[in-house]
Design a protein around this ligand. Sequence first.
Ligand code: NDP
Length: 476
Amino acid sequence: SHADIGLIGLAVMGSNLALNIAEKGHTIAVHNRTASRIDDFVAMAGPLAERVVPKADLAEFIASIRRPRSIIIMVKAGKPVDEMIEQLLPYLEEGDAIIECGNSLYTDTDRRFAYLQGKGIGYLGVGVSGGEEGARHGPSIMVGGAKAQWHNAEPVLKAIAAKFKGEPCCAYLGEGGAGHFVKTIHNGIEYGDMQMIAEVYGFMRDGLGMKPAECAEVFRKWNEGPLNSYLIEITGHVLDAVDPESGTALVELILDKAGQKGTGRWSAIVAQELAVPATTIEGAVAARSISAMKDERLEAEKLYGARRGAEISLSLDTLEKALLAGKIAAYAQGFAVMAKASEEKGWNLPLGTVAKIWRAGCIIRSRFLDQMSAAYEGGPARNLLLVPDFVELMKANHGALREVVAAGAHGEFPLPCLGAALSYFDAYRQGLGTANLIQGQRDFFGAHGFERSDKDGVHHGDWPATIQVEAAEPQV
Ligand code: NDP
């Protein structure tokens, strides 16, 4: 008898996905470059091993899968994926599909999709979010690529996905790299969510003098309200943890240098490429980069002195509301990036569906996304700041964001994300901006022309000539 599906790459993510698949009643063939991992996997599978077909030989592995074949690859992102595709190609037949589930750059997925399409092989680039736990018990699954082959794999992928009120958090989103693109933006939004939470924690720690356990208590309370989300929940747990050796709160022993693997950066880069303002996401990426410059920060602190420690009179309620307003701005930006990319790439991304499949399983799952998916239902994909329910929310909360950003400026708290969120909102809602001056400057030095508010067409100013003067030698 043949396996329903195959999977290559039995590291953390692959082995958990494979167990999830077997648990849902599907027979799965498994393979890994290093054969010992296959034995380890079978041992770990326990009773589920009866639905696992372990194959150390690649040809035998492929022969053991029911046709048309669906083969998941879960290997290290980048070159290993291309190598794996080349190794598989000689064995594959028309109609088979490779389902790549790693954190791949969406342009790589576009390229692989086109390459395999030319060979009659379906290629699906699938974003999987939820970490190890999600892979094992139900991740959010963002599918892109070959639609025909998606239908072959659909029952298995929907069975293993997280469920929100019974609905699987798994959907086909568009051709080529669409799935990996959406996963990238998910991670960009995740960066923004995390950074804004960290900024609020900064006020609690340094402005209000709260201990980690007291902060944890606040996050637990917030998790009952509009901010209810996985990230707020785990923030409470992180703040509550105590180092067993020293008895100190663990968070106070963790070095303040954040790591990053690239998906946040890719989101910021693609936003810039598409000319979509996504300053909150960019701010979060920059915040991680500046956090990594620990030595320079210590040097600069000596030069400028430590933060003044001005009195902060913000209420916890104001911080909660500011976080909600910042979150609306961050999601507005992320969804605007997806809307623009969809238009440029012809993906037809269903943004309401994206919000739906992020309601469970993934890292940014939240009550907020349930509200968003409802708001997007059926309607056009407009900027979230124009969607009625969110207009009301923003009206009710941007005052708090303003108070927090003002307190940050006075109290010398860096707010790369919350500050960017407020500026984005203020710029977005400003009917008369200041780019008239920019256009004047551009026309002055580059004759770029400008539009006028009182006449049609492109115009130029009658600017005075400026003479290029050589810089004078400084007087000693
Ligand atoms: P790793 O990214 O650490 O990759 C290890 C696996 O890749 C092993 O099975 C390894 O085989 C295989 N591999 C590496 N190079 C090659 C190659 N040249 N040819 C064949 N196989 C190769 O594993 P993870 O499980 O952490 O992640 C898998 C993917 O999922 C990555 O793209 C990751 O970014 C993504 N991801 C990870 C998440 C996480 O929380 N860890 C969350 C969401 C996505 P061998 O045993 O022989 O070395």
